[in-house]
Design a protein around this ligand. Structure first.
Ligand code: SAH
Length: 220
């Protein structure tokens, strides 16, 4: 794995402030989310030579088929989760681990699943250096994490062709699932709020583009 430069600086802090202002202008209102984006150095997730791109509001391919989601998408999904201090949150699709750090920065207990071995291995080594306690799992996000359920919130960070039933089963009553749904290259951002053990409310929040949630098995 490449060496990542883990030095923050006034220049990077300034660029983060700029990014936060632009997210506010694009409609993000949750101050907890904006504060977390201000705090977590996104450039730490980039190889040194690409760090200058870290505060553009764009997704970025950072090697090994890995992508870090666009900041606006991270902010939008995080806002839909209505995060509260102490929430137990399951993330499906660890990827770079940036989104998991944003959630952890909001004083939550984060559990994250990744199905690609190389991404999981990298996150296991790298994320402790960020100073957050995030529980990482190598496995299939379609199944969720039954032995750690129920969760207050569940966030899927890949495009799902359908809403996996086990994820709804692993939500607490009052809990929220945020999931981009659709099998083409465009998905509809969807929230499912669990109103009781057998009723859910579904809402849609516009279109986004995610890499696909891959099916069936974890890959070595
Ligand atoms: N949240 C990430 C972005 C993830 S991109 C970040 O902040 O950087 C989507 C990720 O979902 C990819 O890493 C992909 O390997 C993973 N993924 C795809 N299908 C999956 C599945 N069935 N279970 C778990 N992870 C999956």
């Amino acid at each position: 794995m490449p060496l990542y430069g883990m030095y923050d600086s006034y220049k990077f802090m300034g660029l983060r402030k700029h990014l936060v202002d632009s997210l506010r202008n694009k409609g993000i209102r949750d101050e907890k989310v904006l504060n977390a984006i201000q705090k977590v150095p996104r450039h730490f997730f980039f190889e040194s030579s690409f760090q200058k791109f870290a505060y553009e509001d764009k997704p970025f391919a950072i090697g090994a088929g890995q992508t870090i989601s666009q900041p606006y998408t991270v902010a939008f999904q995080s806002e839909l989760l209505q995060v509260k201090k102490g929430d137990r949150i399951l993330e499906v699709g660890t990827g770079s681990g940036y989104q998991a750090c944003i959630l952890a920065e909001m004083d939550t207990k984060v559990f994250s699943i990744e199905r690609q071995r190389s991404l999981y291995d990298h996150a296991v080594k790298f994320l402790p250096k960020m100073g957050y306690t995030i529980k990482l799992f190598f496995g299939d996000g379609y199944k969720g994490l039954p032995s750690y359920s129920p969760f207050d919130k569940i966030l899927v960070t890949a495009g799902a062709p359908f809403i996996p039933e086990p994820l709804i089963g692993q939500l607490k009553v009052g809990g929220i699932l945020v999931i981009p749904v659709g099998s083409s290259d465009v998905q509809i951002m969807t929230t499912i709020t669990k109103l009781s053990e057998d009723t859910c409310e579904k809402k849609e929040h516009g279109t986004f583009r995610f890499v696909p949630l891959l099916k069936n098995r974890a890959e070595d």
